[in-house]
Design a protein. Structure first.
Length: 257
């Protein structure tokens, strides 16, 4: 439960408006700096990547799938590299990757700008494709297990979540940008909305006033926090987005049995 005393001071409308006006100035500066960073990102040089690196996808008549094929004919590709715990059940799969992947649903705006979005799972295709089906995701999905060491060459981290952007020039493929760890928050709308609220993300690393709730993570209903308050509608021990799928009757067996 949230402590009833954990709340901001109450002031009159004029004092409130003065404070929010000062904050708005900082917000606008932050927005403009973000625009400047994006402009610099568009001017980065690029590095060629082997367009023939194999991926594994749905069975089809055209033989093995390659990195080039994942563009689906478009000029640009954004690939999310989904961490995978091979042979583990759904409940033990990557909480963060499940959280972020679940935020990416409608792709038509990307397609309208000649951009393909796809998940490149770092585990085997059969297991991970069953996980995709269990979660109800519809975005293109491939296994990059065989090619991950090349695609995620240092300083990118094989075995970590990464977002990598590519550009296609005919049959040649170039890497133009990559990010990892908190950089993948760009995929998420929930954190952006939480950041607008008085209690924020309610996570322990945040700079919040004393008494503010900070027992949460982005991953599971418990995630090892001894003082996590019970949430009756969500049992413990899974990535959060799995619970409504189970409640709707979708099976989480990844074994194919």
């Amino acid at each position: 439960m949230i402590d009833a005393a954990a709340q901001p001071p109450v002031v009159d409308r004029a004092a409130y408006q003065a404070e929010i006006d000062a904050l708005r100035t900082r917000e606008k500066a932050h927005t403009h700096e973000g625009d400047a960073i994006a402009a610099a990102r568009r001017r980065l040089p690029m590095v060629e990547v082997d367009a023939t690196l194999p991926l594994t996808g749905p069975d089809g008549p055209d033989g093995p799938v390659t990195l080039l094929d994942a563009f689906a004919g478009r000029r640009q590709l954004i690939a999310y590299y989904f961490m995978w715990h091979r042979g583990h059940p759904a409940a033990e799969q990557c909480e963060g990757c499940t959280y972020y992947t679940g935020q990416v649903r409608e792709l038509s705006a990307l397609y309208s700008r000649d951009i393909t979005y796809a998940v490149f799972c770092q585990g085997p295709y059969p297991e991970s494709a069953r996980y995709r089906e269990f979660m109800g995701w519809e975005m293109p999905w491939y296994s990059a297990q065989e090619s991950a060491p090349a695609l995620l060459a240092p300083p990118k981290r094989n075995g970590m979540m990464n977002v990598v952007c590519y550009l296609r020039d005919g049959d040649r493929v170039f890497e133009t940008y990559w990010t990892t760890i908190r950089g993948v928050e760009t995929m998420d709308n929930n954190y952006a909305l939480m950041d607008l609220t008085v209690y924020g993300r309610q996570e322990s690393w945040e700079d919040s006033p004393p008494g503010w709730p900070q027992a949460c993570t982005n991953v599971r209903t418990t995630a090892g926090e001894p003082d996590w308050p019970p949430v009756p509608e969500w049992p413990e021990g899974r990535p959060l987005a799995q619970w409504p799928r189970l409640a709707a009757g979708f099976p989480d067996d990844l074994s194919g049995g």
